[in-house]
Write a protein that binds this ligand. Structure first.
Ligand SMILES: [Zn+2]
Ligand SMILES: [Zn+2]
Length: 277
């Protein structure tokens, strides 16, 4: 199983970091977690087209995590022959969000169906809402969700994907909480949105300082990783965006609280999950 960082950025646009999304690849299958700014460009960089996505898992409905869902829905639809439905999993509210997205796209869908005789139906986007627990399981992959804590954004979930003897947790935006510890227990790789509250507090802008309330700091993430006994902590969706060359500072802060491997990847970095091979 491989984790491909299709977007490591934060809500603030960056020329180098797309909005938050991650691709998990196992046995030729592609699971996409969140769909932020530039997601399909980064998927192209990972040689993965929208038609190849087996399932989209949304951690929450904050705009930076869903900006490009409409692009995924439309581009998958018009490049499929015929397009397969796009199964979407997310917290309660996801069905309404997808219905709203399809309403937003209604004019375009109508024009394309009027123009192309072989487009016989609008995009199919079946939604599975989850508050936690088993999301999907077959003989290759097991996906479990757990509630996270990102209030006032509520509900939110994190995911644990297990396959080929490995496990990866995609926590999304959350402060530490018991359900997150449980989701992470013994995982090989734990991906956590992190902020540097020490840097943010230096900027006297209340709206920026508000983000401290509902995100894990680097220290929080490292302490969660240590409590849960994970193998590798992946610092992701970093706020503020690390200036090039300062990634080591972030890693060093985490390393004071966690003995395992700590990574701060770039877009399109590929991280192997589980036994070597
Ligand atoms: Zn968020
Ligand atoms: Zn976010």
């Amino acid at each position: 199983m491989d984790l491909v960082m299709t977007g490591t950025g934060s809500p603030l646009p960056s020329p180098d970091r797309a909005g938050p999304s991650q691709l998990v690849q196992v046995g030729g299958r592609n699971l996409l977690i969140d769909c932020g700014r530039g997601c399909l460009m980064r998927l192209a960089g990972a040689a993965t087209g929208p038609a190849a996505i087996e399932r989209l898992l949304l951690t929450h409905l904050h705009s930076d995590h869903i900006t490009d869902v409409n692009d995924l829905v439309t581009t998958r639809w018009i490049t499929g022959f015929p397009a397969a439905p796009l199964p979407v999993v997310g917290p309660v509210g996801t069905a309404a969000f997808i219905a709203d997205t399809l309403t937003m796209l209604g004019r375009d869908i109508g024009w394309r169906m009027a123009h192309h005789d072989d487009l016989e139906a609008p995009p199919g986007v079946p939604v599975q809402e989850t508050a936690g627990g088993l999301v999907f399981e077959d003989d290759v992959v097991r996906i479990v969700a757990a509630p996270t804590e990102h209030r006032p954004v509520h509900p939110t979930v994190g995911y644990r994907i297990e396959a080929e003897g490995g496990s990866v947790v995609l926590a999304g935006d959350t402060i530490p909480c018991p359900a997150l510890d449980e989701l992470c227990a013994g995982a090989d790789v734990y991906v956590q949105t992190v902020i540097r509250d020490d840097l943010i507090r230096q900027v006297p802008v209340a709206r920026l300082n508000d983000v401290i309330d509902y995100h894990s700091s680097v220290i929080d993430a490292a302490q969660t990783a240590a409590r849960a006994g994970v193998g590798t902590l992946v610092l992701n969706h970093c706020v503020p965006t690390p200036a090039p060359g300062t990634e080591g500072e972030w890693i060093a802060i985490a390393a004071e609280h966690f003995d395992g491997e700590v990574l701060l990847p770039a877009d399109l970095d590929r991280i192997h999950v589980g036994p070597a091979g």
